[in-house]
Design a protein around this ligand. Structure first.
Ligand SMILES: Nc1ncnc2c1ncn2[C@@H]1O[C@H](COP(=O)(O)OP(=O)(O)OP(=O)(O)O)[C@@H](O)[C@H]1O
Ligand SMILES: [Mg+2]
Length: 453
């Protein structure tokens, strides 16, 4: 890994941090429940997103694209995260922000090709070397974020696996620690780790742990602890992406050590490599050894993309192996980057014409209150009813995001005063300290002549 480069997994971690309360779309069949899975309101958009998930799962949506359009803070990114959760772990989802495409240290077409290929899964059935066993010990090291020391992030750790006959301790790197957290692996679970792919599959809870913890048997898979050695050869069903295969092919060999301790690296992959990989995958599919799972690429703030990028994506959508693309934007009529003409959402009309558009609507005070309640619970903040109602009022008058952002500082002020519950006065206090955009603009107007130009 290059000095100072933030690994992809870390960027993803940051992106989901504001949406940890969201566990899915909160649907029953194709109907949205008013409040469910951390989602509140936005009924039509959630039902539309549910249909998209449905089509993706049936493989009837490959090569198509969706646009989420709506004012800031109306849950577009939240919806994309919910879609990713609904699709489950086997369908690859790649989350991107338009600005990343331009800040990457590789050419933008290469960056995009990699993103598109990371979003196409290949489910393979194969004899592999796997670590398999019950998790006896799990210790994940958390350290302050390199650029934001106030946020803790997983950086690595150790895991001890045991079978009936044998046990073994393994150390892990950051990407692996994050994937363990993402899979929700805990002690007492039986898991498989694919040695050469560095992938984790949670098989279920061990019978012993299930009895001890009195888990709800209807929602948890209970399995036997395997016997034999921890490391063995086994038929392993796993999903890789076309990009994983490109990488594997372009390196002469990938070692477990490299994947667990080395960086992911961002290098260019040759067209021949990709052609060979595509050929191989087609053969596997014909022989019944593999199956293709088109996933999703989410591109947030898509109005920042330029005309060349849109053209590239338009062509990519027409190719044989194409993922679903979900764009999101809060821009209305605006200039298409790289041109001097305006278009809706800053997107070329021919592309717009091929999109399914889902709009998100501003929230009512009651919905804002519900969202704040859920968010406070996730951040473990106790609010008085009065404080909650006051915050909802701020959310309605200013913005939902501003109200959410006041939660943490208000809670700190309450703690400093020795209060157990955040009261309205604490919120009022931080509202004075941190202005929202409209008040900041007003301040700029009043003091314009004294600011640096
Ligand atoms: N319907 C909802 N239910 C629960 N939480 C929501 C909902 N809508 C938004 N949120 C939460 O409110 C915050 C702001 O929403 P989000 O970031 O998704 O807005 P956005 O539409 O992507 O805004 P922008 O245009 O500025 O990117 C996030 O923390 C998000 O998780
Ligand atoms: Mg957003």
């Amino acid at each position: 890994m290059e000095e100072g480069a933030v690994p992809v997994s870390l960027k993803e971690w940051e992106r989901v941090a504001a949406h940890t309360h969201i566990t899915g779309l909160g649907l029953e069949g194709l109907k949205a429940k008013p409040v469910a899975a951390g989602m509140v309101g936005q009924i039509k958009a959630r039902e539309a997103a549910g249909l998209v998930v449905h089509l993706v799962r049936k493989g009837k949506f490959a090569g198509r694209a969706v646009l989420l359009a709506g004012p800031p803070g109306t849950g577009k990114t939240a919806l994309a995260i919910a879609i990713a959760k609904e699709l489950g772990r086997d369908v690859p989802v790649v989350l991107l922000t338009a600005s990343e495409i331009y800040s990457a240290e590789i050419k933008k077409t290469e960056f995009l090709t990699q993103a598109l290929r990371r979003a196409i899964g290949v489910r393979i059935r194969e004899m592999r070397r796997v670590y398999e066993g019950k998790v006896e010990e799990l210790s994940i090291r958390q350290e302050p974020h390199p650029y934001n020391p106030y946020v803790k992030i997983p950086v690595g750790g150790t895991i001890k696996l045991a079978t009936l006959d044998h046990s073994q301790k393994l150390s892990m790197d950051q990407a692996f620690a994050i994937s363990l957290i993402r899979e929700g692996v805990e002690t007492g679970d039986v898991i498989q780790i694919d040695v050469d792919g560095g992938r984790v599959v949670k098989l279920g809870k061990s019978r012993e742990a299930a009895e001890k913890e009195k888990v709800d048997l209807s929602s948890v898979q209970v399995v036997d602890v395997p016997s034999g050695p921890v490391l063995k050869n086994k038929e392993f069903v796993y999903t890789v992406t076309l990009h994983d295969l490109d990488l594997a092919h372009s390196r002469s060999s990938i070692s477990f050590f490299g994947l667990l301790f080395g960086g992911e690296g961002r290098k260019e992959i040759s067209a021949e490599t990709r052609a060979t990989v595509d050929e191989t995958v087609k053969e596997w599919v014909e022989e019944g050894k593999a199956e293709i799972l088109p996933g999703v690429v989410f591109i947030d703030e898509c109005s920042m993309l330029d005309i060349e990028t849109f053209a590239f994506l338009g062509r990519a959508m027409e190719q044989e192996l194409a993922p679903i693309i979900i764009f999101a934007t809060n821009r209305g009529l605006t200039v298409v980057r790289g041109t001097d003409f305006k278009a809706p959402h800053g997107m070329p009309l021919d592309l717009l014409d091929r999109l399914l558009i889902i709009t998100t609507q501003p929230y009512t005070r009651e919905e804002i209150l519900e969202i704040l309640k859920i968010r406070a619970k996730t951040e473990k903040i106790n609010l008085s009813q009065e404080a909650l109602e006051y915050l909802a009022q701020i959310g309605e008058a200013n913005s939902l995001r501003y109200a959410i952002q006041l939660l943490a500082p208000a809670s700190e002020v309450a703690i400093a005063e020795g209060a157990k519950i955040v009261e309205k006065k604490h919120v009022e206090h931080v509202r004075e300290l941190f202005v929202d955009v409209s008040r900041s603009v007003q301040y700029l107007r009043e003091h314009e002549e004294r600011m640096l130009k």
